[in-house]
Design a protein around this ligand. Sequence first.
Ligand code: SF4
Length: 292
Amino acid sequence: MEVVRITPRGYCHGVVDAFRIAKRVRESTDGPVYMLGHLVHNTHATDDLQRQGIDLVDPPNRLAGLDMISEGTVIFTAHGVSPQVKRRAAERGLRAVDATCSDVVRTHELVRDLASRGYEVIYVGRRGHPEPEGVLGEAPGHVHLVQDLEDVERLDIPRGRVAVTCQTTLSMWDTEEMIEAVRRRYPEVEVYNEICRATQERQEAAVRAAREVDLVIVVGSPRSSNSNRLVEVVRKLGGKPAHLVDRLEDIDPGWFRGVKRVGVTSGASTPSQLTRRVIEFLEQLEPPGPDD
Ligand code: SF4
């Protein structure tokens, strides 16, 4: 089958930096080293880090995770943590190493600054994802998480100093829709779109390529926000079927009935060897014909 390699795809600078930091810490530290949640949201990358001797603590939230660590070094993941988590780590006598992506750090600084100037901040993000958890902790009670249009309708904050910003790995198009909904309720709102460049470029490339292929495969893990958003934008804006594939075994040959050209992209935390294996597999695959 003909495979179109969609570029850019795969590792972003934040993921590369997080790996570099984790590796350096492991090599230079004698005691136990933990990652507080998945360093980046990819199953293979996490397994590999564990094999290198970095233990995974993966509770429902970061504060609870710290209570599971009694000594040693803790690495804060690329998604960032709240100031409360940093304080709790210090109180517990842990050595903390921060692998937060610089783009996420910028959003934290923005929210802190806005809140210090009396703004109420509406934050478009995904419930249960660690990035919103960290950002909301910058100004508890003054950062309001909205995930869908119903959440925007339910907002009950005073008019006046209102700002809207967002998680770095959302769909560009869905976020625009959410920001417009916020603007309808709060016409005075100041807008700070914080979707990172890596996410934007991968989404634009995937939507462009979708027009030239019959189907798109996104290599990435189910936890990965940016990988899931790639699937969504291909389906919604590219108008083509798309499937998320975490490992080769996830591929269902039935998806390719009548398919001549398949596009392949990958999330910002997906190891390139895995994407390469998927591409090689698809190149060898003889898709069933439309009538098979
Ligand atoms: S996807 Fe964006 S925010 Fe997330 S680690 Fe990569 S560059 Fe940073």
